[in-house]
Design a protein around this ligand. Structure first.
Ligand code: SF4
Length: 284
């Protein structure tokens, strides 16, 4: 699934709709009777997610409700009316929550440092609370393929972890499930679709934060790889669906797989000496 070959609204809608349906089905993101809080920021991703979920709602064999929520975090000049007008025009069940986290963030984070970590944590907390108030059991977030891959490389390069972004996640207290229906969707397709759909995009630089600098660096790195080797991002996404835990070096995974460390197997000769393929590991 590379980005942005089909150029018409309908073709892109079909392509993105197929990718979204596949992710929802692969990870059982939506079940009969669900009431889902759809978090919208006013950016291309969440508008697209909302559009696709509503289209799916019309034809899916299961019944589910969508409650659309935006958090106005008090950023100077936030054009809340743009979202309100769009949601009313489209007939969405829409709630705007006004909570001034901007003041908290600017007070706590020294000038020149990035606000994003605290800002998004506060926003997430608000969304969890509002989801419960609205009787929702799930929250849908608009992260896409590039977000997943960037997170993978951020963790790899800066955190010493091999982890991407969960497509579905139960919150710590077990009361909510967070789903990311766009995980298979290419950002270029979403961008092209959002332009054709003429969503009224809200500016994302009102907070004055140096938005996710490391993420941007990694994003550019991935774009360079894709430019040199078209299709690489699709291959990377496929790799995330084709993990060989026994070929990683995490001993906890070995324990979970019921594998023993190699020393027992190698007593009296190496696996290679015996002509045993390396993949054939020893069950404990
Ligand atoms: S870019 Fe601004 S609004 Fe977005 S998470 Fe960072 S600080 Fe918050």
């Amino acid at each position: 699934m590379n980005g942005a070959a089909p150029s018409t609204f309908e073709a892109l809608e079909r392509k993105l709709g197929r990718a979204t349906s596949r992710a929802i089905s692969d990870f059982s993101m939506i079940e009969d009777g669900d009431r889902i809080l759809v978090a919208v920021s006013g950016g291309k991703d969440s508008y697209t997610m909302l559009h696709l979920l509503r289209a799916l709602q019309r034809k899916a064999p299961v019944r589910f409700d969508l409650r659309v929520v935006n958090v106005d975090q008090g950023h100077p000049g936030y054009p809340a009316h743009v979202l309100r007008e769009y949601m009313s025009r489209e007939g969405h069940d829409f709630t705007m929550i006004e909570e001034d986290t901007y003041s908290i963030v600017t007070e706590k984070i020294p000038r020149g440092k990035t606000y994003c970590s605290l800002c998004s944590r506060l926003r997430r907390g608000i969304l969890y609370r509002v989801a419960k108030d609205l009787g929702c059991s799930k929250i849908a977030l608009g992260h896409h393929r590039e977000d997943v891959l960037q997170t993978l490389f951020l963790n790899l390069l800066f955190a010493g972890q091999l982890a991407a972004m969960p497509p579905k996640l139960v919150t710590d207290d077990g009361s909510l499930v967070v789903v990311r229906p766009l995980v298979y969707c290419a950002e270029a397709d979403i961008r092209a679709f959002a332009e054709l759909a003429a969503f009224p995009i809200l500016p994302c630089d009102l907070c004055g934060s140096q938005d996710h600098l490391q993420r941007k660096v990694v994003g550019r790195m991935l774009d360079d790889i894709e430019r040199d080797r078209p299709g690489s991002k699709s291959v990377m996404l496929a790799a995330l669906q084709n993990v060989h835990p026994s070929h990683l070096l995490d001993r906890r995974l070995w324990g979970a797989l019921g594998l023993r460390a190699a020393q027992d197997a190698e007593e009296g000769g190496s696996l290679r000496d015996e002509g045993i393929p390396e993949q054939q590991l020893v069950r404990g």
